[in-house]
Design a protein around this ligand. Structure first.
Ligand code: KIV
Ligand code: ZN
Length: 517
């Protein structure tokens, strides 16, 4: 017998998530994300709102036709036109459900629908009965359920179950509920409503009070077996329950909670990046699980503990979430042990006296600028041992930019092994592309440009730009960070640093560990 109860993960990134301001998608983009969601292992995908636009209709139709190993959910208001569109768009799905909703709270009834409870109840029943002619699996949502009195909620839920609804979603539409309260709404509805024993229950939480994940966990403890989530927690206003946070809470605290999901954690990071990129929604640095700092440690005491044993300060293993990382952020709080470890990661073995010398230089820089990037550390090591440990040094960059023709870049790069300095030129539709095209020629390894993040490290006209570039060689990823007032130069430095790491790790220039006195 299964030790843990299996929770159905219903992904609404492409419907509720797309309701994030500024995040709308083209059909091809939806299809790309939907494919990744299947690789991630979600059970249900709600790919859009077919009645809302021809693009959404086409996306839901294509996803239904091509992704046959996942349940597809068509979304509709309690209106015949919406239901018809959702039924038509999902007709080719191997397995499907229709998700139908109408408001149930008095606030919505009075001010938005301007209908009485009886009118809304009748409409809900009629539309479930109408939809039931076409689809067997019907999910019904009383919108704003958590601000609906329990008596009316029971009445509505019971009425739609009697008309054929098979899944009841109890949405916390405005993110108002508290965990214990939301959990008991489920247990009370399940206990009190006729037909609940043959019905599945779903949780759908918004994050207005930052409680969406806590509420969703409370819901499954109260009897829900489906949870509606989005990647990176995106969605209307403050967003929805975040898939990665919920799934990792379930996974990490499995023995306490007694639940499991079908999600493949290794795909979490990849999915998160894809959604962030395509939807143009950056991820906060401190976002749980997928934020840039989620597995980075700044405090010296934490760094020391981690180097002795990862579990001293980490409850999850980022490797198992597909997260590439440097777990140690070198900054003013870092100790000698962390510094030595990073130097060793570069493949360099320094004598203790040199480490002491490097540590003094490192502390001076860290005190002055808070954080020391790998690039800067390499420069400090160079000074300490008086040789270049980077395979290549970017000496000069020039970019010609124009609104009339391709941008042109020329770079001067020194091969530190031979001492030879070469110039390379490249063009591109933008200055970054032009610089990358020129730098690529300097590196003897086939490097794929994977990702670029740009941030401003302070405000105002004189702000520094920080570029984080990820490149890959086969399946290995390397990240470089560059900081400069000029963002094109920041990107170039970051790219060069990532390439240097790639070259070093491939052993093309420096075989294995470099021992230095
Ligand atoms: O938040 C909500 O109520 C929803 C639907 C389930 C209608 O997104
Ligand atoms: Zn919602």
């Amino acid at each position: 017998m299964e030790q843990y109860k299996r929770i159905t993960i219903f992904d609404t990134t492409l419907r509720d998530g797309e309701q994030s301001p500024g995040a709308s998608l083209y059909p091809e983009e939806k299809i790309k994300i939907a494919r990744q969601l299947v690789d991630l292992g979600v059970d249900v995908i709600e790919p859009g709102f077919p009645a809302s636009s021809s693009g959404d209709f086409a996306a839901v139709e294509e996803i239904s036709r091509t992704l046959q190993n996942v349940e597809i959910c068509g979304f509709a208001r309690a209106l015949k036109g919406d239901i018809d569109a959702a039924i038509a768009a999902t007709k080719d799905a191997a397995s499907r459900r229709l998700h139908l909703f109408i408001s149930s709270s008095q606030i919505h009834l009075d001010f938005q629908l301007r209908k009485s409870r009886n009118e809304v109840l009748q409409l809900a029943k009629d539309m479930v009965a109408y939809a039931k002619q076409f689809v067997d699996r019907i999910e019904f949502s009383p919108m704003d359920a958590t601000r609906t009195g329990m008596d009316f909620l029971y009445e509505m839920v019971e009425a739609v179950i009697s008309e054929g609804a098979t899944i009841i979603n109890i949405p916390d539409t405005v993110g108002y509920a508290l965990p214990e309260e939301y959990g008991s709404i489920f247990s009370n509805v399940i206990k009190s409503v006729r037909g609940a024993d043959k019905t599945e229950f779903s949780a759908h939480c918004h994050n207005d009070l930052g409680l969406a994940v806590a509420n969703s966990l409370a819901a499954i403890q109260g009897g829900a077996t489906h949870v509606e989530v989005t990647i990176n927690g995106i969605g209307e206003r403050a967003g929805n329950c975040s898939l990665e946070e919920l799934v990792m809470a379930i996974e990490t605290r499995k023995n306490r909670l007694g639940f499991t999901t079908g999600i493949n954690p290794l795909q979490i990071y990849e999915t998160s990046r894809l959604v962030s990129r395509i939807m143009n929604l950056p991820i906060a640095y401190n976002k749980a699980i997928v934020g840039r700092n989620a597995f980075q440690h700044e405090a010296g005491i934490h760094q020391d503990g981690l180097l002795k044993n990862r579990s001293t300060y980490e409850i999850m293993d980022p490797d198992q979430l597909g997260i590439p990382r440097n777990m140690i952020v070198l900054g003013k709080h870092s100790g000698r042990h962390a510094l030595k470890n990073r130097v060793q990661q570069f493949g360099i073995e320094l004598e203790e006296a040199k480490i002491d010398e490097l540590f003094v230089r490192f502390k001076e820089l860290a005190d002055a600028q808070k954080r020391v990037s790998d690039d800067e550390l390499i420069a400090l090591i160079d000074k300490t041992v008086d040789i270049n440990i980077d395979p290549y040094t970017l000496l000069e960059i020039q970019v010609l930019t124009s609104n009339q023709m391709d941008r042109m870049a020329s770079v001067k790069v020194r091969d530190n092994q031979t001492g030879q300095i070469e110039s390379y030129t490249g063009t591109g539709e933008g200055p970054v592309e032009a610089v990358i095209h020129s730098l690529q020629q300097a590196v003897p390894v086939e490097v794929t440009f994977e990702d670029l993040e740009l941030h401003s490290t302070s405000s105002g006209e004189t702000a520094n730009g920080e570029a984080v570039v990820t490149v890959s060689v086969d399946k290995d990823q390397f990240r470089g960070i560059g900081i400069d007032r000029d963002i094109v130069i920041a990107v170039s430095r970051a790219y060069m640093s990532a390439c240097n790491q790639a070259v070093r790790s491939m052993g093309h220039k420096m075989n294995t560990t470099v021992k230095m006195a």
